[in-house]
Design a protein around this ligand. Structure first.
Ligand code: FAD
Length: 280
């Protein structure tokens, strides 16, 4: 038996200066920018072929400050999983550390993207239900655009009701795309081979009144029954499933209102009716 004091000890490996830690992010160029109004923009960046996500998830993106520090923020992904770019829909908060910088980007500028997508605002968390109510304030529309651009959702539900709540008509982004999709879905319903799901698009303005849109907060419209009348669908716990995304005040008020009507939060081990995402 060897004497422990004379045994050779293998030294721990010394990290070589040439072995670099694998970065958690990629650096991607901006390929397209669209300004909806001075405070709202959409932006596409190149998508690393290895980047995967499910509609409804968010990316963490980073911008380098003047002092070299990277600021990170979460942004819901607007694009569909089969698109070659990552699209985001952003509010420009004038005093915001991140968004005031992103507003100055030009095509060709770069940003950091964490390699792993995150988030649980995904339709696969609902195991049943017929009508999917996607309720958003402002940029909370972002994850829903990704969902309706993806064909999987049309096989999972019979009715997709997108409810877009904004202050003024100039904040109504993505409406042409949604109107066109609603028309396409109507003609798909006439085609016996296609998934039969319909898109019902409801928009509401809180500070203006215009043709083709409701007027008022989504909570008020739900409480009064106007939302159901407009969508021509009744809320009930067998058929209705809800996603709430955007302003935390809306999310909380809507959650409380739905709870009072007998709907429950959806949990991993306890299926329910409501999934939420707060943006701040
Ligand atoms: C999971 C998740 C997903 C998100 N997805 C999006 C997205 O798709 N688009 C987007 O614009 N933002 C999104 N956000 C918010 C985003 O991460 C930033 O907070 C926002 O862009 C502002 O960053 P900032 O540094 O400029 O200001 P911050 O210092 O982060 O925020 C300053 C203030 O701005 C207001 N604010 C923040 N975000 C918004 C918003 N989206 N709309 C209106 N007011 C806001 C709030 O009052 C907040 O206190 C998301 C947040 C989370 C947690």
């Amino acid at each position: 038996m060897s004497n422990p004091s004379t045994m050779s000890v293998i030294p721990p490996p010394v990290p070589s200066a040439s072995v670099q830690a694998i970065p958690k992010f990629t650096i991607e160029p901006v390929v397209w920018i669209h300004q909806w109004n001075p405070g709202l923009m959409s932006l596409r960046i190149h998508r690393d072929p290895a980047y995967t996500f499910r509609p409804g998830q968010f990316a963490r993106i980073g911008l380098t400050k003047e002092d070299g520090e990277i600021i990170w923020r979460a942004y819901s992904i607007v694009s569909a999983p089969d698109e070659a770019f990552l699209e985001f829909f952003l509010v420009v908060v004038p005093t915001g550390e991140f968004s005031s910088r992103i507003a100055k980007l030009k095509t060709g500028d770069t940003m950091h993207v964490e390699k792993i997508s995150q988030g649980f605002l995904t339709t696969d968390r609902f195991k049943d239900g017929r009508d999917l109510w996607l309720i958003a304030t402002g940029t909370g529309m972002a994850p829903y655009i990704s969902m309706v651009r993806d064909s999987a959702v049309w096989r999972q539900f019979e009715n997709i009701i997108v409810v877009q709540s904004v202050r003024e008509h100039r904040d109504l982004a993505y409406t042409d795309e949604l109107d066109q999709l609603a028309r396409q879905r109507r003609s798909a319903a006439a085609d016996a081979g296609a998934a039969q799901a319909k898109l019902i698009f409801v928009r509401t303005l809180t500070r203006e009144t215009i043709d083709g849109a409701l007027h008022g907060r989504v909570t008020t419209l739900t409480d009064s029954g106007e939302l159901e009348r407009d969508a021509r669908l009744v809320l009930d716990d067998v058929h209705s499933r809800f996603m709430l995304c955007g302003n935390p005040d809306m999310v909380e008020a809507m959650r409380a209102l739905l709870k009072a009507r007998g709907f429950r939060m959806n949990r991993r081990l306890e299926p329910g009716h409501i999934i939420v995402e707060n943006y701040w």
